[in-house]
Design a binder for this molecule. Structure first.
Ligand SMILES: [Mg+2]
Length: 285
């Protein structure tokens, strides 16, 4: 007679998955506050953000109570419309209070609907004018290295930003200067403002392109926490230059009726659907 095989009840991946669920929950709460928000992207990117902000031992080197700490890793969100997801992750990390999420998008809130560095602790750059994040990240990485600071610079960008020439200029520079403290994370959800990415401007094969530019490229299912953590481990071991983690994600992930909704950059959610979305998320657990 064989013993039943059971998974350890509280693995590192389990804890990251639980954090991802809280990030999704927070994002839905903020979406309901304003009746809108880029909820499809937030749900899709929740696992990626949880892997960075909620990994035991710290995938990111941070002091939540001191967001300006000079030795912190810099996490640059160049896609300002994903702010709702990063606010949720910052709440998970303890940089901002969970209660503050209820002010999202309101007058005098520190949490504007598009990410802005001057408003929010832990928001390193103002995003939204797409294609600038990786160039800023290169400059930060060079500056930190020059100062002998071992902090890493991570730039979360979208597949839509791969249409921007400035992204590829920065990719050239990062490889040329052998910025081993620089990590790009590409959220490949196959969607951008003008429609499905393959129909707007073909960017595949994404992995081959980054490799041709001199980057160490790893591609994973961005909604598979085990794969994400393994990918992050592999990137950390690469010290000869910059690395990119390419994450294939699914818009609306975690809420089945949003996952299957017709894909739109700004996913419409009716007033009565927010509570249903929250209930559907909990049913997945
Ligand atoms: Mg996209």
């Amino acid at each position: 007679m064989t013993s039943p095989v059971t998974s350890p009840p509280d693995t590192q991946a389990d804890r990251v998955r639980a954090a991802a669920t809280r990030i999704r929950r927070h994002a839905l709460t903020m979406g309901e506050v304003q009746g809108q928000g880029y909820i499809g992207q937030a749900l899709g990117a929740a696992d990626v953000l949880a892997a960075f902000y909620a990994r035991e031992g710290g995938e990111l080197r941070l002091r939540p109570e001191d967001p300006e700490w000079d030795d912190r890793d810099r996490f640059l969100l160049s896609i300002g419309h994903y702010a709702i997801a990063l606010y949720a992750a910052l709440a998970e990390a303890g940089t901002i209070a969970v209660d503050e999420l209820g002010t999202y998008g309101s007058d005098d809130s520190r949490l504007p609907m598009s990410g802005m560095a001057s408003y929010t602790p832990g928001m390193e750059i103002s995003g939204g004018s797409l294609g600038h994040g990786l160039g800023v990240a290169c400059g930060m990485a060079m500056g930190l290295r020059h100062r002998g600071n071992s902090a890493r610079v991570i730039n979360l960008l979208s597949d839509g930003e791969l249409d921007e020439g400035s992204t590829w200029e920065a990719a050239l520079a990062g490889a040329h200067h052998e910025l081993s403290n620089l990590v790009a994370v590409v959220d490949v959800n196959g969607l951008q403002a003008d429609g499905p990415t393959p129909g707007v401007l073909r960017t595949e094969p994404v992995t081959d392109k980054w490799r041709a530019f001199g980057w160490h490229a790893v591609r994973v299912d961005g909604n598979d926490v085990d794969a994400l953590l393994a990918g992050l481990d592999e990137i950390r071991e690469h010290t000869a230059g910059p690395s990119v983690l390419i994450c294939d994600t699914r818009t609306g992930r975690g809420v089945p009726f949003l996952e299957t909704r017709e894909k739109a950059h700004f996913m419409p959610v009716a007033e009565h659907e927010w509570a249903a979305a929250r209930a559907a998320l909990e049913e997945q657990q």
